[in-house]
Design a protein around this ligand. Sequence first.
Ligand code: BJW
Length: 261
Amino acid sequence: MDDLIARAADVLRQTKRLVVLTGAGMSKESGIPTFREAQEGLWARYDPMKLATREGFLADPKLVWEWYQYRFGLVAACKPHAGHYAVAELERLLPHVVVVTQNIDGLHLAAGSRDVVELHGSIHRYKCLYGHRGYTLADLAGQTEVPPRCPRPGCHGLMRPDVVWFGEFLDQEVLGRATAESQACDAMLIVGTSGVVQPAAGLPYYAWRRRAAIIEVNPVPSELTDLAEIYLQGPAGEVLPRLAALVAQGPTAGREEKKGN
Ligand code: BJW
């Protein structure tokens, strides 16, 4: 493992444009459950068709609203871990780093990453069924109806979290940026995603087609592991800080020379 992390650090040090693609496993060590892991994943306990589709919301808006409020409470109680800070550190160490995340928890931003593309939206933002966006929970405070109604005068549409549910299109500008970055990168660091949800799972193929170096961090092989030139098998909170520390330290050859002196 030490050798693999050193090799990955060498690759990153030479990287001009890095995309860090993250999924639910990135936030697991902060205390936020993943989706598809057997037993502990959210979809093992909850039905995604009832809770993460527009049809599910229209069938039972109160149930879906309350589930997201429960998850908002979970997220609000969590902090970024060492892996999130290591990703933010990479942004300071390398010329161009963009974080493309499927997570809605805002933890990359909380850790100090500045260029973050939130593919599936954010649990910190709310919109109404008619698409009026940009609200926070504070804007809805004082309303007694569940879910609350759109604060825009004359609208009254049901409010929902500004996240992307199954069967919904991703924001075209957001997906366009993620695609363009993946088509232009010379390395992609994939962390904590099973790689089954499209279109996010298609992004590494753009990088692979242009022979960008693909590095994956995941304790369990994913649908994307075969694309990876370097597979770092382990949790984000352990692997990423070691990786960022080696990138900061300088080239492997330099370290060996120092050791020999
Ligand atoms: C660790 C770790 C540790 C554990 N460290 N790692 C083409 C083919 C087939 C289907 C489709 C297709 N195109 C579109 C679809 C339909 C659908 C889809 O992909 N379905 C698949 C399930 C088959 N996609 C969509 O509907 C998307 N929309 C779309 O494509 O629009 C166009 C369209 C419309 C209609 C028809 C066709 C096309 C929208 C997808 C939206 C996904 N939304 C969710 C919920 C977001 C809000 C919320 O959070 O509530 O997004 S679902 C859920 O899955 C969430 C996640 O972002 C997403 C991805 O999951 P992720 O992050 O990979 O988590 P897990 O749990 O799967 O994996 C965790 C990983 O972490 C594991 O590998 C662990 O090993 C690892 N791990 N501990 C590092 N410590």
